[in-house]
Design a binder for this molecule. Structure first.
Ligand code: SAJ
Length: 425
């Protein structure tokens, strides 16, 4: 392909950075980069997303993101488009969902790489941020080498490379994304050491933390290890909650006291692990190295089983009470966000809905309407005072700030299952 050809793009302009995927990671990343003074083209396949952002509005909930996007769009530093643009840095931040077979889905990553390939010019740098199995960055490099035989592609060329390719995982916490994008340390894995140095030039513009360089495969594994570490540790806490239940002991007190040991730091049990990262990424390691990962796989199973345990216990609380009303407090996968994806609380609510139907009351301050599947069962979205007044059984599934004032007294004469230890506080 003739690389002097005009690009089908957001105009034929040159941007500093082109970010692929304007979701929970891509949009904040594009906006923070734009606010650091680099001109960014954000690319998304959704017409609604592109139109919303170009109006200076946002389609996701994240603290302070609305003002930032409004500002950088108004300043013309961020432009959303359906099509890729010419840029110095091409950042891929598209989803890598887990399939029903528990294998990572790389279609969006590979499709972004395919889109980028014809637009690459010598000196450009391609960076993958999406959580990916070990070896994905190399697959991208191979794809680009195949599509662009005219370019020296790192890993494929024997001569000097014309472009750089690196993996730099995002590691920001939903709810604190803008702050953590700037303050977190970053791990930058280059296909070659020169690639890591090239990619670092982008992160140096907005990251206040330290940027550590390594190779691409190690960086890919670092990301998977971080979330697997947390999953294994939450599984330990969830397992303790089952043991404590068996003995009739307060697990929150046990953990609090054990954590007074100078080298013990146990996490908190809950109704299971949610979100699209910690509940997902460990499978990427298990899928690629099943023989070597019994602990990681078991931790996943322990966390999945905790949700089953919660459902079974709530059903047992209701047994023999055919008219009982049950209230679920919280649907989000963690406190103070609107994200219901992979939420154990949603799973509990869906399962209860099939038993209770219109006798299920749901309190979720972060949504205006119930997801369709839940609404169809007759379950209703209501406010906290109504649930407290009307329900006989209460399940605290999310420790939203709005629930933190609750004490045992609010549930006097009712049954309550506090899966988050909220009433302990
Ligand atoms: N949870 C517990 N007990 C705990 C801590 C968490 O049950 O003690 C549950 C939460 O309720 C939630 C789930 O775990 O359902 C995950 O929540 P989280 O706050 O631990 O993490 P995420 O999924 O919001 O974000 C994680 C972070 N990874 C790590 O902390 C290692 C974040 O830094 C990553 O960038 C993000 O995954 C990601 O995108 O990979």
């Amino acid at each position: 392909m003739d690389i002097s050809e005009p690009y089908a793009s957001a105009g034929t302009e040159n941007f500093d950075v082109c970010v692929f995927g304007l979701g929970y990671i891509g949009l904040p990343t594009a906006s923070v980069i734009a606010s650091a003074g680099l001109r960014v083209c954000g690319v998304d396949t959704s017409a609604r997303v592109v139109e919303t952002i170009n109006r200076g509005a946002i389609h996701i909930e994240e603290k302070d993101l609305d003002q930032l996007v409004e500002r950088v769009v108004k300043q013309d530093m961020l432009v959303a488009s359906h099509e890729a643009a010419a840029a110095k840095f091409h950042v891929i931040a598209v989803p890598t969902p887990l399939g029903d077979d528990r294998q990572p889905g790389l279609a969006s990553v590979m499709s972004a790489a395919e889109t980028i390939a014809p637009r690459l010019r010598p000196g450009d740098c391609v960076i993958l941020e999406s959580t990916s199995p070990v070896g994905t960055t190399e697959r991208i490099a191979q794809l680009i080498a195949r599509l662009r035989p005219d370019l020296g592609v790192p890993g494929s060329t024997h001569g000097p490379a014309d472009i750089a390719i690196a993996y730099c995982p995002e590691r920001v916490l939903p709810g604190k994304i803008l702050a953590e994008l700037r303050s977190n340390d970053r791990v930058i894995g280059g296909m070659t050491p020169a690639c890591a140095i090239a990619a670092k030039r982008l992160y140096a513009q907005f990251v206040l933390g330290v940027c550590f360089d390594t190779n691409a495969a190690a960086a890919e594994m670092v990301k998977l290890v971080e979330n697997s570490f947390r999953d294994v540790n939450i599984a330990f806490a969830n397992e303790l909650s089952l043991v404590a239940d068996r003995f009739g002991i307060n697990v929150w007190e046990v953990i609090r006291l054990a954590n007074r040991h100078p080298r013990v730091n146990i996490l908190q049990p809950g109704p299971g692990v949610g979100g699209h990262c910690i509940a997902v990424d460990p499978w990427f390691l298990v899928a690629a190295a099943p023989e070597e990962t019994p602990l990681i796989r078991t931790a996943r199973e322990v966390n999945l089983n905790k949700t089953e345990h919660v459902v079974a216990r709530l059903l047992a609380m209701a047994s023999g009470e055919s008219d009982a009303k049950i209230a679920v407090l919280g649907l989000a996968f963690k406190p103070d966000i609107d994200d219901l994806r992979e939420s154990p609380a949603m799973e509990v609510a869906n399962r209860l809905a099939t038993e209770f139907g219109s006798r299920l009351m749901i309190v979720e301050p972060f949504v205006d309407e119930l997801p369709e599947r839940l609404a169809e069962t007759g379950a209703s979205l209501c406010d906290l005072p109504s649930a407290l007044a009307e329900a006989d059984i209460h399940a605290i599934l999310v420790d939203h700030t709005d629930f933190k004032h609750l004490t045992l007294r609010d549930f006097a004469g009712k049954q309550v299952y506090d899966t988050r230890g909220l009433l302990e506080a």
